[in-house]
Design a protein around this ligand. Structure first.
Ligand SMILES: Nc1ncnc2c1ncn2[C@@H]1O[C@H](COP(=O)(O)OP(=O)(O)OP(=O)(O)O)[C@@H](O)[C@H]1O
Length: 262
């Protein structure tokens, strides 16, 4: 497959995926023949200009959107053949803005179990302790009203809620965009550790250069729905191969977002 990953290491494989959507007077290509593989224990980071199809692409991975063409495999199973709820347990997602349901942090962590009609774990269960520890959230938070927490704390509850079902893949769409710089850096360190310790395949969309620098193993640069550059993050960030990517990295907007909140 040309990306140097053996089959054992690959968790998600995207093959020649396209997304075409109808618009008044015709159709628009949003994702154009994209292929990549995301490995266990590594972070695949998707970057690119606004409107390049990043969110659409990541949403295909747990079927929040459906591709118009191509195939996506989780291990060797085509995701289209899996029950969407089961797929979303295995491929969990953390959104840009933390969404807290009314109630305590513990209530929020129990929700995924209630959705599946499974017995919710108690505050002192191994599941809750593990998820809270992985998200670096103090157990003292479990009784707190979730909506009263700060943005950074809520994002950690979001992460714990995604991790409590022991997903194999974690999708993150702009996870730091609502956070200040120190909080974003702290989350980046947490994600880096969780990815390694749990051998999770992380796929992330971000505008945050520092987050990409600190967490990305594998980088995909997208423009107009197409992969323009792909490879090891450190190498690509140090030595962009195309003028398009060089210019993107030099853009003031990218620089600005990477230093906001300092
Ligand atoms: N269902 C749809 N119908 C028509 N156009 C769509 C649809 N969904 C997305 N688009 C368009 O496709 C393009 C890509 O959208 P997408 O949100 O995936 O981009 P993005 O790279 O994540 O952008 P941003 O960085 O601004 O969040 C945009 O121009 C968007 O308006």
């Amino acid at each position: 497959m040309g990306d140097g990953k053996d089959n054992q290491a690959v968790k998600i494989r995207v093959e020649n995926v396209g997304v075409v959507r109808g618009v008044p007077g015709g159709s628009v290509v949003i994702v154009d023949d994209v292929s990549f593989a995301a490995g266990r224990g590594e972070t695949t980071t998707i970057i690119g200009p606004s409107g390049s199809g990043k969110s659409t692409l990541i949403r295909l991975l747990n079927r929040l959107d459906e591709p118009s063409s191509g195939r996506i495999y989780l291990d060797d199973t085509e995701t289209g053949t899996l029950d969407p709820l089961e797929l979303r347990r295995r491929v969990a997602m953390v959104l840009q803005k933390p969404f807290m349901f009314p109630g305590s942090v513990l209530d929020n962590l129990q929700l995924p179990f209630r959705y599946r009609n499974a017995a919710p774990p108690s505050a002192d269960s191994d599941e809750v302790r593990r998820a809270v520890a992985l998200a670096r959230l103090s157990p003292d938070f479990l009784d707190r009203e979730a909506r009263s927490l700060s943005g950074g704390e809520q994002q950690r509850v979001n992460l714990a809620r995604a991790l409590i079902g022991r997903p194999e893949v974690l999708l993150l769409d702009e996870p730091t965009s609502a956070l200040d710089r120190p909080t974003a850096d702290h989350l980046a360190a947490t994600l880096h550790d969780v990815c390694r310790s749990e051998q999770l395949a992380i796929v992330m969309v971000t505008h945050d250069l520092r987050l990409a620098q600190h967490t990305a193993d594998h980088l995909i640069y997208l423009e107009k729905g197409r992969v323009v550059e792909e490879g090891g993050a450190a190498e690509l960030l140090a030595r962009p191969q195309t003028e398009a990517f060089r210019q993107f990295l030099a853009e003031p907007a990218w620089e600005k977002e990477s230093t906001d909140g300092k």
